[in-house]
Design a protein around this ligand. Sequence first.
Ligand code: TXA
Ligand code: MG
Length: 327
Amino acid sequence: MKNTKHIQVDNKPLSLNQLNQISTLINAGGTVVFPTETVYGIGANALDSVAVGKIFTAKGRPDDNPLIVHIADIDQLYPLVQIVSPLAKRLIDAFWPGPLTLIFNKRDTIPDSVTAGLSTVAIRMPADVIAREIIRAAGVPLAAPSANLSGKPSPTRVKHVCDDMMGRVDLIVAAGDVTYGLESTVLDITREPAILLRPGAITLEQLLDLGLSVKTDSGMLEQTSLSVPRSPGMKYKHYAPNADVYVVSDQHNAQQIQQIIDSFTSNGKRLRYIDLSASELAVKLFTILRTADDDAIDVVLVKAVSENGIGLAVMNRLLKAADFRVL
Ligand code: TXA
Ligand code: MG
């Protein structure tokens, strides 16, 4: 058990004192939970493979699942990657800083532990001001996965972070609820056409509007048996609470939905039925899943939303949480 320190920032900028404390810790190979605009992340110096190893231990993450490297300024990108193509430049101009992670061919500066031995690296520049201040103060890129225990929903609130990471990391920077509530969009631009590996707040429509040709990965909305998934994270059961989650088709009428609800409650199941818009679900889905466990709920039914815009990311996370069970 580590003695986890806590810095409360809320809407204030970090003080010089706090930034020094964080930067000293990171440069000594420590682990720091910090907010981003998508979800909270656990950061460590991406150039220090021992520090990166501590992230995997803290999360209980399989070591074949690579991490995203977070940078604060564009100058930090060039030493990490082979080339920044014209396509990469257009995407960066349009969406960085922001919730878009790009896959590049990596340079040897990045240890194999970060990329799980892949020749590519995932990089993103978060929009969150606190995240960027921390990366700048540290003076190194930060490898940072979502700050949940492996298999749990990503943390969008301080309470989630503390539930999972207290005693497992050196420091938690607590700054209230995140903005988006779903992890970043992951786009592989080492291939032509680019492949959308994980949908997120930067939508497929926004990428297409830029004139990009984008393929979507088959694992996004259906269960696949790809023996070698393109994005290693896709093969793991994700976002799963203890409660049984089911997606309720949006084709049902109110009476049919009531029958589905009754079929569970008549068996004595404690049930929660969620019917929200795609944009509300984006922000609240992970909290809904975690709260269900806190409240010892047996079954969570969530009404499907249409797969346009942010709805694609919502349905991707929801179907995974439901193990692809649709009623
Ligand atoms: O919004 C986010 O992206 C958050 C915040 C903290 O930045 N981070 C996050 O990290 O969601 P994580 O580790 O939970 O998810 C990273 C995803 C995984 O599915 C992983 O397999 C994939 O990105 N990934 C990382 N490096 C990759 C690579 N070189 N090629 C393909 N996929 C990669
Ligand atoms: Mg994650």
